[in-house]
Design a protein around this ligand. Structure first.
Ligand code: GAR
Length: 221
């Protein structure tokens, strides 16, 4: 369990939403257990059952909830139930870590300013899916990853932090994805730490860190 020396009352309450492997969740768990993140992960929620991220949560005694989106007849009804489950945890921060759902405007509004997402591209490039393939097809020499606040615009909220990686001549989608993922595991815990330490906020659709507005692409890692 967490070896963080802060007691739970001084830790930010975090809910993590996943759909799959949960390697970003793992990076956040690891830093928390090493005492580098003043947070308590109060729940992991997955819209898919039997995914590796749920095993990771169980392994670290973090309560996990499966909310299968296929059992709902509309995007609205799923998001409403998800919102209720998240609200029941009274979280300070909601972390989307490979949560592969398009969210309704009502849901994103409800959590605006508290919800972060990680997206595997240098936003505003390549919103949506298949970002690594699209970077390769475009002949980009550079690719990367962005953590951003979630707003109602898909992958469109203000960037908090970006990390860049080179695209190599012999890269495949898989090799490029792996290089990007390594950077994800550095920048996501850092952004969560800034939130937990109340150093980061979204105001006027911009990101502010330590009271200074961040550039439009966010902090460059
Ligand atoms: C990560 O590469 C993340 O950036 C991406 O899904 C992967 C999840 O990996 N997210 C998106 O594409 C969101 N649009 P993980 O489950 O191992 O953390």
């Amino acid at each position: 369990m967490a070896s963080n020396t802060l007691d739970n009352s001084s830790k930010a309450r975090v809910v993590v939403l996943i759909s799959g492997s949960g390697s970003n969740l793992q990076a956040i768990i690891d830093q928390t257990e090493q005492g580098q993140l003043p947070i308590e992960i109060c729940a992991v929620i997955s819209n898919k059952d039997n995914v590796k991220g749920l095993e990771r949560a169980a392994h670290h005694n973090i309560p996990a909830i499966v909310l299968d989106h296929t059992l709902f007849d509309s995007r609205e009804s799923f998001d409403l139930r998800l919102q209720e489950i998240i609200d029941a945890q009274s979280p300070d921060i909601i972390v989307l870590a490979g949560f592969m759902r398009i969210l309704t405007e009502a849901f994103t509004r409800h959590f605006e300013g508290k919800m972060l997402n990680i997206h595997p591209s240098l936003l505003p490039k390549y919103t949506g899916l298949h970002t690594h393939r699209r970077a390769l097809e475009a002949g980009d020499k550079e690719h990367g990853v962005t953590v951003h606040f979630v707003t109602s615009e898909l992958d469109g909220g203000p960037p908090v932090i970006q990390a860049r990686v080179p695209v190599l001549d012999d890269d495949t989608e898989a090799s490029l994805a792996a290089r990007v993922l390594q950077q994800e595991h550095h920048i996501y815990p850092l952004a969560v730490r800034w939130m937990a330490e109340k150093r980061l906020e979204m105001r006027d659709n911009k990101c502010w860190l330590d009271g200074e507005v961040l550039p439009p692409s966010g902090h460059q890692y």
